[in-house]
Design a protein around this ligand. Structure first.
Ligand code: 1CP
Length: 343
């Protein structure tokens, strides 16, 4: 089993220093990313060019020496690999040809699934040799519910009326879609592990919009099935779940999915998490991404408070959600310094 610092923490050990990485640590807040991003017209083209994605993954490590590198890709490569039309419009976010009915679900195909994802696998294979020896490689996927919201809404959403209406009125169609996504997501993650990923994160960014019963059915249940499948084949690879916005249901999520670690959004109270969740899973999080953008004394104080409380147990420092585009890179440098001093 790996003795890398972050893997030990995710497997339940209290470590010093506290390891850290940051969601969206690669991306548009870095000038060197914007420079290589300009080489591809479409964002998916960029994601499918290993020469560029390897470089994008490495860029933040050179500046800040995080304990983990995360594969540069996107959660929406999975709908693309199932044959759905997926595009990214500059400044507008993702645009998909929305699924409207059961025929749309039936038309999805696994035939070219792994072939279409080959560039992600190749990126991982190259990263194994390109990252520093003590850095762990994180593979990821969107959780079935979060990916399904984009497939049904046709892009980002505020109210999620279509996706939630499927849950309430087209239940059989949503079940079919979630079952398919659960199966292919597990396959995708197993391939990522085979290509060198040492840690897995499952992003359920929109778990928090579901009421309790729906949350169990569409977030917890698929996550549990994915965890079981990965565990049975790769028992040593830690799995981080991120049911963003789950509130008090974080407890149920941790107990019922069997994840090794759970990533906390910024609204989760620290002492509650330490008492209720940390006996069952390692914790990751949860600095407010706006506090990182704002910087200064407030950021430093909150960073130390998080480490004081959560660092008493198995803990990986991270944000509560991804780095925002207008975050000054100097603030990230200062954050990295404070984490290393405090831990
Ligand atoms: O042209 C560009 O540079 C596009 C911006 C961008 C980037 C840098 C997008 C579009 N995706 C990404 C990379 C990305 N996405 C990574 C790898 C980078 C890293 O972490 O270092 C990862 C892990 C993701 C995951 C992702 N994509 C999530 C889950 C995490 C989260 O932020 O909640 C989600 C929801 C997406 C969808 C997505 N991709 C991109 C956009 C604009 C969106 C929509 C977000 C929304 O609906 O609010």
């Amino acid at each position: 089993m790996s003795d890398k610092l972050i893997v030990r923490a995710l497997k339940g050990e209290r470590t010093r220093p506290v390891p850290f990485w940051l969601m969206r640590q690669a991306g548009r807040y870095l000038p060197e990313y914007r420079e290589i991003r300009a080489k591809s017209k479409g964002f998916l083209d960029f994601c499918f060019s290993p020469g560029l994605t390897v470089e994008a993954t490495l860029q933040p490590l050179r500046r800040y020496h995080m304990d983990a590198a995360i594969l540069f890709s996107d959660i929406l490569v999975v709908p693309y690999a199932l044959g759905q039309e997926v595009g990214f419009q500059e400044g507008e976010g993702p645009k998909l040809k929305a699924l409207t009915n059961s025929a749309g679900v039936a038309a999805l195909s696994i035939e070219e699934f792994h072939e279409r994802l080959e560039p992600a696998y190749e990126t991982l294979r190259q990263l194994v040799f390109a990252i520093p020896e003590t850095t762990a490689l994180i593979g990821f996927a969107g959780a079935p519910w979060t990916v399904a919201t984009y497939m049904i809404e046709g892009g980002s959403s505020k109210e999620f009326i279509k996706a939630k209406s499927w849950a309430y009125r087209n239940t059989a169609d949503l079940e079919r879609l979630i079952d398919l996504l659960t199966e292919v997501t597990a396959e995708y993650l197993l391939m990522q592990i085979a290509c060198g990923a040492e840690v897995i994160q499952l992003f359920d960014s929109w778990a928090g919009i579901l009421p309790e019963e729906e949350f169990r059915r569409w977030s917890i249940n698929p996550a549990r099935r994915i965890v079981e499948k990965l565990r049975s084949r790769c028992p040593n690879v830690p799995i981080i779940g991120f049911p963003k916005g789950a509130g008090a249901l974080y407890e149920t999520y941790v107990k019922e999915t069997g994840v090794d670690a759970v990533s906390l959004d910024s609204s989760v109270p620290l002492s509650w998490a330490a008492q209720t969740l940390q006996p069952h899973a390692a914790l990751q999080g949860n600095l407010d991404n706006v506090l990182l953008l704002a910087g200064g004394e407030a950021m430093e104080r909150e960073t130390r408070r998080i480490i004081d409380i959560l660092g008493k147990g198995a803990f990986v420092f991270n944000l509560g959600h991804g780095i925002l585009q207008h975050t000054p890179p100097e603030h990230v440098a200062r954050l990295a310094e404070i984490i290393k001093e405090a831990g």
